[in-house]
Design a protein. Structure first.
Length: 329
C-alpha cells in the first residue's frame, strides 16, 4: 500500500476544510503540537476546528508511518486476514483508515479515544465510506475503556504510549495484549525515547508469550546499544496546503518512526532487516543488517553478481529473506 492518504479521506478532509483560514489552522496546529511535546497529549484539542487543524497537519505523516508498518507486516505474513480491528487512542481514525486499505477482510472496526473533538471528526470523515458503516467509536481513556472493548483479530496503537508513564504503559501493554486475538501493532515516533518505549513493550509481551513479526528477525532482546536505536523513515509528498500548515518549504516530509508487530503464533518466517540506508559503490553494497544472530555490517561484493544485484535494491527498513541473505549468517 502507498504512504498517501486514500482519495476518499483526502476528499473528506478537503470538504471539512472549506472556508477554514489556513493561517488560523496553522496557528492551531502549532499550538497543539507544542502542547503534545510538553506532555499534554491531545488536551490542546478542544474544538472541532482544533481537531481538523490537527488532522490536516498530522494525519498524512501518521498514516504514512502506519502504512509502512502494515507493509512490513503483510510482507512477513501475507496470509494475515483479520476480520476485526481495535484501534486504541484512535484520534481522527488514521490507523483505522490505513488498516482498512491494507485488509479488505476487516468487517468490524472499534475505535477508542478520550477526546470528544477527535471522535467527532473521525466519525464525520468515515461516515460517507461504506466500509465504516458499522464502525463503533467508544469514548473514554484507553486504559479504562479497553476493559469494555471487544477482542479483535488485529489491535493497533499508533502514537499513543508516549503519553503515558512507565507504569501506565505496562498496564496498557497488558490490556492491549489481552484484547489481541492474533496480531498487535504499536507505532511510536522514531526517536530514542520512542524506540525505548517500543522495546520495553516488546520485551514485556514476549515474556508473556508474544512473538515478533516485524521489524525484528528474532524474539531475543534487541541487540542495539546506545546511542544507536531502531527506527525507520517514510517519505510522503506534501500538498501546497500541507506545506503552509507545517510552515515548510520542501515538497516532501520524512516521517521517522519506530514500531513493533507482535503475534500470538510464531511467524513462518522472520527475515533480517536493513537498519540504515545501504552504501552502494561499484565495488560492493554495504549494509547494516539486523539478523537472527545479531546486528552486523554486511558487504556484498560486485564479483558476486547475483547477490550484488539483489543487494542494490535494498532500502532502509526492507526485509531480507533467506533466499537473498547470502553472507548474513
Amino acid at each position: 500500500m502507498t504512504p498517501d492518504l486514500p482519495a476518499e479521506l483526502r476528499a473528506a478532509l478537503a470538504r471539512k476544510a472549506e472556508g477554514l483560514s489556513r493561517n488560523d489552522a496553522a496557528l492551531r496546529a502549532d499550538t497543539i503540537s507544542r502542547t503534545y511535546r510538553d506532555g499534554g497529549g491531545s488536551g490542546g484539542i478542544r474544538t472541532g476546528t482544533d481537531a481538523l487543524a490537527y488532522a490536516l497537519a498530522r494525519m498524512p505523516a501518521t498514516y504514512a508511518a502506519v502504512a509502512a508498518s502494515l507493509n512490513a507486516l503483510m510482507e512477513v505474513n501475507p496470509d494475515f486476514a483479520p476480520a476485526s480491528l481495535l484501534d486504541i487512542g484512535a484520534g481522527p481514525g488514521t490507523a483505522t483508515w490505513a488498516a482498512s486499505e491494507a485488509f479488505a477482510s476487516i468487517e468490524t472496526f472499534t475505535l477508542l479515544d478520550a477526546n470528544a473533538a477527535l471522535r467527532g471528526l473521525a466519525t464525520e470523515l468515515a461516515q460517507p465510506h461504506p466500509r465504516f458503516a458499522a464502525m463503533r467509536y467508544d469514548s473514554g481513556d484507553a486504559r479504562k475503556a479497553l476493559a469494555e472493548a471487544p477482542e479483535a483479530d488485529f489491535v493497533v496503537a499508533s502514537y499513543v504510549i508516549n503519553e503515558l508513564n512507565e507504569n501506565e504503559r505496562a498496564a496498557l501493554a497488558d490490556a492491549m495484549w489481552k484484547k489481541t486475538r492474533d496480531t498487535l501493532l504499536v507505532v511510536e515516533p522514531g526517536t530514542p525515547e520512542g524506540y525505548t518505549r517500543i522495546t520495553g513493550l516488546r520485551a514485556r509481551l514476549i515474556a508473556k508469550g508474544a512473538h515478533a513479526v516485524a521489524p525484528c528477525p528474532h524474539d531475543a532482546a534487541c541487540p542495539l546499544t546506545r546511542p544507536d536505536w531502531c527506527h525507520f523513515t517514510q517519505r510522503l509528498q506534501r500538498s501546497r496546503a500541507h506545506k503552509h500548515l507545517k510552515g515548510a518549504n520542501l515538497p516532501y516530509e520524512d516521517e521517522k518512526f519506530s514500531y513493533v508487530v507482535l503475534s500470538r503464533a510464531p511467524p513462518a518466517q522472520q527475515p533480517a532487516r536493513v537498519l540504515a540506508q545501504p552504501l552502494v559503490t561499484k565495488i560492493a553494497v554495504t549494509a547494516k543488517i539486523c539478523a537472527a544472530n545479531g546486528v552486523k555490517a554486511v558487504s556484498v561484493p560486485h564479483r558476486d553478481k547475483a547477490a550484488y544485484k539483489r543487494a542494490k535494491k535494498w532500502s532502509w527498513g526492507d526485509a531480507v529473506f533467506s533466499e537473498e541473505s547470502s553472507g548474513l549468517e
